[in-house]
Every structure is written in structure tokens, then in C-alpha cells.
Design a protein around this ligand. Structure first.
Ligand SMILES: Cc1cc2nc3c(=O)[nH]c(=O)nc-3n(C[C@H](O)[C@H](O)[C@H](O)COP(=O)(O)O)c2cc1C
Length: 171
């Protein structure tokens, strides 16, 4: 698949096969994540990989819109103690989102399905996820990415809409 096809093929998968994800594949996803651009190359990211059923069950309970049967999750976080430069510290959401999208796209190439579950900026979700994963106070969760072999087929697509494109100026 070329990159355009991979981008179209990425869809949110909410049903997974009862099959674990190989550690090597998770490591490839993390390598893709850490290839992302970050403001001032600050790389504020931290990634918590979860495969234990008890922890996944707790995450499912914590997130109202995350009750899916994935066998693995990567929780993308920002380590605010690494963000000493005031300008860089403002961009951690974008930095960690770019890393997240790399994981989602890389997963397609590995035959894996994913779904991004929003955590930040919902205070109660951040608190619950931080407690479940014993995150230190200076580590903030952005999202949970569920990962697994898909049990659901979704057609690839763009959502291209020319009316939302403005060439040179808005009008
Ligand atoms: C910031 C963000 C938060 C999201 N949170 C959730 C969520 O909590 N639960 C969920 O099932 N999907 C979540 N999604 C996935 C979106 O629902 C999904 O991307 C959108 O419906 C488009 O579908 P697609 O991913 O198949 O293209 C989230 C996506 C983003 C970018």
C-alpha cells in the first residue's frame, strides 16, 4: 500500500479478534510514534503500553466511550518535566497528537486496527487514567489508543470536501 492508501484505510476499529498483538509490532508502532515532529524538537512524549487484562478492564471502566475489547493499548502521555522552555511547553498536545497519528497509520501497515480514545482535556478521564497507570504528577495522559487485530472491516475513504478548502484567501 502506498501512503495515500494507508491514510484512507485507517479507520476507527471498535471490535477486535481475541488474539494478542506481538511485542515486535508494538515496538514498531512506538518507533513510528517517535519519528513524529515536535515543537523545538522537545519530544515530550511518554508511552505506557498495556496488555494486562485487569488493567485494560480498568481502562474500559474509566472511559465512557472506550468500552471495546482490544487486547492492547498504548497510552500517549506528555512528560511536562521535560518541557522547560516556555514556548515548547505550550505545544505538547500537538506533539503527542502527531505521535498518535503515526501509531494509527503505522498500525494499518502491520494489519492492526486502532481507535483513538480522548482523555485530555476531560479532567475526570485524566484523573482516572493517571490513577490506573500510577502516572507521576508531571506526566499527563493525552489519549488511549486501543490496538488489536480487527474483527470489523471498514472501507477506506477520504472525507474530502472541496467547500472546506480555501485557496489563497478564505473567500
Ligand atoms: C481527539 C479524539 C478523540 C476521540 N475519542 C474517541 C472515543 O472516546 N471513543 C471512540 O470510540 N472514538 C473516539 N475517537 C474516534 C472518532 O470517533 C473517529 O476518528 C471519527 O468518528 C472518524 O472515524 P474514523 O476514525 O473511522 O475515520 C476520537 C478521535 C479523536 C481524534
Amino acid at each position: 500500500m502506498n501512503i495515500q492508501d494507508i491514510i484512507y484505510a485507517r479507520r476507527s476499529i471498535r471490535q477486535y479478534q481475541d488474539k494478542p498483538v506481538e511485542r515486535e509490532k508494538i515496538e514498531l508502532l512506538l518507533k513510528a510514534a517517535m519519528a513524529a515532529p515536535t515543537a523545538m524538537n522537545s519530544k515530550p512524549w511518554e508511552f505506557v503500553v498495556v496488555t494486562q487484562v485487569e488493567t485494560l478492564d480498568k481502562i474500559r471502566s474509566a472511559l465512557m466511550f472506550g468500552k471495546f475489547n482490544a487486547p492492547a493499548a498504548i497510552v500517549v502521555c506528555s512528560n511536562t518535566s521535560l518541557l522547560r522552555r516556555p514556548m515548547a511547553s505550550k505545544f505538547w498536545v500537538q506533539d503527542c497528537s502527531a505521535a498518535t497519528q503515526n501509531i494509527l497509520l503505522s498500525a494499518v501497515g502491520l494489519g492492526l486496527g486502532t481507535v483513538w480514545l480522548g482523555v485530555h482535556p476531560i479532567h475526570v478521564y485524566k484523573k482516572r487514567i493517571s490513577e490506573i497507570l500510577s502516572l507521576p504528577i508531571y506526566v499527563e495522559p493525552l489519549n488511549v489508543i486501543y490496538i488489536g487485530y480487527p474483527a470489523d472491516q471498514k472501507a477506506g475513504r477520504t472525507q474530502y470536501d472541496s467547500s472546506r478548502v480555501h485557496w489563497e484567501t478564505f473567500d
